[in-house]
Structure formats: structure tokens, C-alpha cells
Ligand binder design. Structure first.
Ligand SMILES: *[C@@H]1O[C@H](CO)[C@@H](O)[C@H](O)[C@H]1NC(C)=O
Ligand SMILES: *[C@@H]1O[C@H](CO)[C@@H](O)[C@H](O)[C@H]1NC(C)=O
Length: 279
């Protein structure tokens, strides 16, 4: 505690002390099962396995800080996805044909939801914030989005394409800490002005130091994995420092990692093992 106060006094000289309160030390717990993709949000922990089957982790709806109890397969055999992202009472995903889809009917009593709605839009990646900001990457690697915070599971809503940027984006995430993405060359970008989960897309992409293959946006940090499966956390994401203040290398090795609130993250490693890390 004394160290934190001291660090804040030092920081106060250069800026407000709003550094993340999460620890640099991580404790990883493994759950049973095997996945290649995992996402965490208000509607709990969801994942996709190597056969594109979709799984929901029981008892993580609203409480994703715990390991949950069991894996429930969602909507066999129609439900097959390449990837997914968990929001509040909604999950968005990418079908095997590359189309956007969303899960209807998710709530506390039916956390696995009711059915998939498939859109005609194609996308390489999709992300939904806790409050419903919907962003994606189209087949050309461009940033696309729906306006505001409207995005429960509906086909309605106009999509906008960011044609100002020539970046070839590969993966995107959105949350309290704003809109972040990685490009095909593994460079990392964020959009200043997109913080706070207000539906604002912010200004043009701004590069952040480092290199990652995938990332997930948390409350005041961003967590990601690089091409050597190292796990890095970008700390100090705040209104005055929307690109964060520094990288922390966490213990462990993951291929995909996601976060949304609090000091924890879910991930999968090269062996498809599933991990919950608290820090
Ligand atoms: C929860 O969703 C199911 C459909 O998946 C619906 O039948 C049920 O009425 C909903 N419950 C509440 C409390 O909204
Ligand atoms: C964008 O990157 C992907 C690899 O992720 C590559 O297949 C594609 O050709 C690239 N597109 C452009 C326009 O460079």
C-alpha cells in the first residue's frame, strides 16, 4: 500500500494518479475443457472449440470472476462459429461462412440464450462492449461499426465503414478502456476519445508501442498475447492517458486472452487449455 501511495506521489509530478490498481502478479487457475477462442463479458464466459462448437460456461453469467461449474454446448448442430464476443445479454459471432451473427434471448434464467440471428454482413472479427457498442473488421481489414449503444441482437442498424485509414486490421476489442485493435503486421492501435463505453468511436487510430496478435479490452487496462504467446497488459488507460502508460509482462503463455471488468482475464493457450487469471 505504501509503495502504491509513493508511486502515486511520484506520478503526481507528471500527471494525475489514475494508474490501474491491478497487481503485476497473476495467479492462473485452469478449468476443464478445450477451446481455441474465449470471450468474457456481462453475459459470462463463452468459447469456441477446434470443431467450431460453441460453449457457455455455466454459472458465469454476471459473475465471470469465478471458474463456473460446467460447459454447456450451445445450439448443436446449427451453432458453429469461428469466433465470438460476449456483451450484456448478447453474444456476437462470426459464422463459418464469415457472416455476422448474434445470440437472442440471453438472460439470467436462460444464460445460453434462445437462437442465432444471422446478418448478411461479412466480417473477419466482431466485438461488443458491455454497454452495447458494436464494432467489427470487414473483409478488407477496415474498421466498421454501428452507431451508439444500440446493439442488442438485431439486424436493424446502419453500418458505417472507416475509409480514412489504410490499416489492415485483424482483431478488435471494445470496452471501458475504449476501442483497440491489432493489424496484420501485429502493430497495436487505439482510438483516442473512445473511452468510457459511451458509444463514441473517437478520433483516428493512434499507434501504441509494442506488438500483439490478439487483445481484449478491460476497464482500465488492455490485455493481449504476442506471437510468442507472451501475455502483456497495458496499464494506466485513463481519460488523460487513453493509450495507457506502460506494458506489464504477466506470467503464463496464451494465444487468446479477454477481459472486461475487474482485475482478471480469461484465456486459452496453444494446447487449448482454458485459464482464468486474477491479478
Ligand atoms: C429469458 O429468455 C427466455 C428466452 O431465451 C424467455 O423465454 C424468458 O421469458 C426470459 N426471461 C426473462 C425474465 O426475461
Ligand atoms: C490483410 O492481412 C491479411 C492477413 O491477416 C492478408 O491475408 C491480406 O491479404 C491483407 N490485406 C491487404 C489489403 O493487405
Amino acid at each position: 500500500m505504501l509503495i502504491i501511495i509513493f508511486a502515486c506521489l511520484l506520478l503526481a509530478a507528471v500527471g494525475p494518479c489514475d494508474a490501474t490498481s491491478c497487481s503485476a502478479t497473476t495467479s492462473w487457475q485452469q478449468t476443464e475443457g478445450a477451446l481455441v477462442k474465449v470471450s468474457v463479458g456481462p453475459a459470462g464466459v463463452w468459447g469456441v472449440n477446434v470443431d467450431n462448437q460453441i460453449w457457455y460456461r455455466d454459472d458465469t453469467y454476471g459473475t465471470a470472476t469465478n471458474l463456473g461449474s460446467d460447459w454447456t454446448q450451445v445450439d448443436e448442430p446449427r451453432g458453429s462459429l469461428m469466433d465470438l464476443d460476449v456483451g450484456d445479454d448478447v453474444v456476437w459471432g462470426i459464422t463459418l461462412k464469415g457472416k455476422l451473427t448474434c445470440r437472442k434471448g440471453i438472460n439470467e434464467t436462460t444464460p445460453q440464450g434462445e437462437k442465432w440471428k444471422i446478418l448478411k454482413n461479412k466480417a473477419k472479427d466482431v466485438a461488443i462492449s458491455p454497454k452495447g457498442q458494436l464494432v467489427a473488421i470487414n473483409e478488407l481489414g477496415q474498421f466498421v461499426y454501428r452507431e451508439g449503444l444500440s446493439s442488442k441482437c438485431t439486424r436493424k442498424g446502419k453500418w458505417f465503414t472507416d475509409t480514412d485509414s489504410s490499416l489492415n486490421l485483424t482483431q478488435i476489442s471494445v470496452g471501458e478502456a475504449g476501442i483497440w485493435a491489432v493489424a496484420a503486421d501485429e502493430k497495436i492501435y487505439h482510438r483516442p476519445g473512445s473511452m468510457g463505453d459511451t458509444g463514441n468511436i473517437g478520433t483516428e487510430w493512434e499507434q501504441v508501442s509494442g506488438a500483439l496478435v490478439t487483445l481484449g479490452v478491460g476497464k482500465d487496462f488492455v490485455i493481449g498475447a504476442n506471437n510468442a504467446d507472451q501475455i502483456w497488459r497495458r496499464d494506466g488507460v485513463a481519460s488523460s492517458t487513453s493509450g495507457g502508460t506502460g506494458w506489464v509482462l504477466l506470467t503464463g503463455a496464451l494465444k487468446v486472452v479477454d477481459a472486461y471488468n475487474g482485475c482478471y482475464a480469461w484465456g486459452v493457450n496453444r494446447e487449448q487449455d482454458i485459464w482464468l487469471g486474477t491479478f
